[in-house]
Design a protein around this ligand. Structure first.
Ligand SMILES: [Zn+2]
Length: 484
């Protein structure tokens, strides 16, 4: 899980803990020191175990129904890179919107930011990424296979060919994507694609402080793409070289850092639970002493029980004053705060909840997936929270008859401005219900021939399959009560 910490005890990189942690069993004893924070033993049920079959089901559903496509598929596919289809883009957007609403909109003490993806080397020099954001690679001189040294079961045996003592010396492979700004390819024009969004918040600390009328404790939040040249991407959209993050840097007076760290651990766990994630598949795992970076006095991961085992959705770290101090020293700018009330100047400490948007969307998809037997048939249903469901409503005329279409379109037009609504008029109504269940649409509205007489529609609820006859003039209010 650590990136070769034994060989590189000086490992100090901002954000290494956000890299992938894969293991088969969860540590039951998390060792968390903070009393109010839910820890593994509180939240894990003894019965929770990974479901390996779920992985293929989700990959198949994603492709079949248009959540996720292999990138460049018509050219044979670009490995470990994915495109989000019509339903996937909605799910991903809903996850990000839910995060933004909780982290920015509903708070008076957090503001937003959208920093550039391209950045000059100075940023990554100061953050430590240029020196340390790397994996140790070895080459097998027998079969030419390349391996990550820290992932080998036996550092002397090549798992590809079985040769012993065939490895070259380890080389550090930096995970940042480097490119060139402008038409020249000289060293002077080198720039990097950001490997995390966090540095954008740190280098804009003074800008935000001076323009937003905020003072510590306050936060800067950002959602955006980041890029890491992972040597071993995998597990579908879980670990990809291009991915999306939801990060917030919360700047606090030094004396308050521990209480805010505990606060954010709790708040972030609550966010997943509030959106319906199964409590027995979610846990907060505090890092052991030897996992912590030297400047961090506490880091916890929010982990989900994926089909391959427990794995990280988010890291919450108490980062001290490391980041602002590094950038202040490197840039020569003052990155601190003058507290007039106490007449003291200090460098704020930082609490950082950093989540992966794409992997979180996949976790919600997996968590919502359910199969149940109905009348000897298997029904697949995504029991997504309505806030996350790609479509909130589907408008379905009973049959594709000219007589029904105008009324059905009238219904669609009456609700489309408020909710993302699907419209589908082909195939039997049973098949269309099944399709909507499979993509998690909470409500289906059916227009039948009676509708033309009584101006009422049938509303079917996804989870219970219960149907109610609702007057058209009551439809919006009926849905509004049920869709938050
Ligand atoms: Zn080999």
């Amino acid at each position: 899980m650590r990136r070769c910490a034994a060989r590189r005890p000086q490992w100090e990189v901002a954000g290494w803990y956000r890299l992938v942690v894969v293991r088969q069993v969860a540590p039951l004893n998390s060792g968390a020191s903070s009393g109010s924070v839910p820890v593994a033993s509180d939240l894990m049920s003894d019965t929770a175990s990974p479901d390996p079959e779920l992985f293929d089901k989700i990959v198949n559903l994603s492709k079949r129904r248009g959540f996720v496509f292999q990138s460049a598929e018509i050219y044979g596919g670009f490995r470990s890179t994915y495109d989000y289809g019509p339903l996937g883009v909605l799910l991903l957007r809903n996850v990000k919107d839910a995060w933004w609403r909780s982290m920015v909109q509903e708070r008076h003490d957090v503001v937003g930011l959208d920093a550039s993806i391209l950045s000059p080397p100075q940023v990554w020099q100061a953050s430590g990424h240029l020196a340390n954001f790397s994996d140790p690679l070895v080459d097998c001189t027998n079969c030419n296979a390349r391996h990550r040294l820290d992932k080998l079961d036996d550092p002397n045996v090549c798992p590809s060919c079985g040769a012993t003592g065939s490895f070259t010396e380890a080389r550090e492979f930096n995970l940042m994507f480097k490119t060139h700004a402008g038409p020249v390819t000289e060293t002077a024009a080198e720039v990097y694609l950001r490997p995390e969004t966090a540095q954008g918040m740190f280098i804009n600390f003074a800008n935000v402080l001076n323009t937003s009328r905020k003072k510590p404790p306050f936060g800067i939040a950002q959602i955006g793409k980041s890029f890491r040249n992972e040597i071993t991407p995998g597990n579908f959209v879980f670990r990809t070289r291009e991915f999306e993050q939801m990060e917030m840097e919360f700047f606090v007076p030094p004396a308050e850092s521990q209480q805010w760290y505990e606060y954010w651990c709790q708040a972030r766990m609550d966010w997943y639970l509030d959106l319906g994630m199964s409590p027995d598949k979610l846990m907060l795992r505090a890092h052991d002493e030897d996992e912590l970076s030297h400047y961090s006095s506490g880091t916890s991961d929010v982990e989900y029980l994926f089909p391959w085992g427990w794995d990280e959705l988010e890291g919450i770290a108490n980062r001290g004053d490391f980041d602002l101090t590094q950038h202040a020293n490197a840039s020569g700018e003052k990155l601190d705060f003058f507290d007039q009330a106490n007449n003291e100047r200090y460098v704020p400490h930082v609490i950082e909840p950093a989540a992966g948007a794409t992997r979180t969307a996949m976790a919600f998809l997996m968590d919502a997936y359910d199969e149940e037997t109905v009348n000897d048939d298997t029904r697949t249903v995504l029991r997504l929270d309505p806030r996350l469901a790609p479509y909130k409503v589907a408008v379905l005329p009973l049959s594709k008859k000219d007589t029904l279409t105008p009324t059905a379109l009238e219904v669609f037009d009456s609700i489309k401005g408020r909710w993302m609504t699907d419209y589908d008029e082909t195939q039997s109504i049973g098949k269309r219900y099944a399709r909507q269940d499979e993509v998690g649409t909470p409500y289906c509205v059916t227009i039948d021939f009676d509708t033309l007489e009584d101006r009422a529609v049938t509303v079917r609820e996804r989870d219970s399959r219960a149907q109610e006859r609702i007057s058209l003039d009551q439809l919006e209010a009926y849905l509004a009560e049920r869709l938050r």
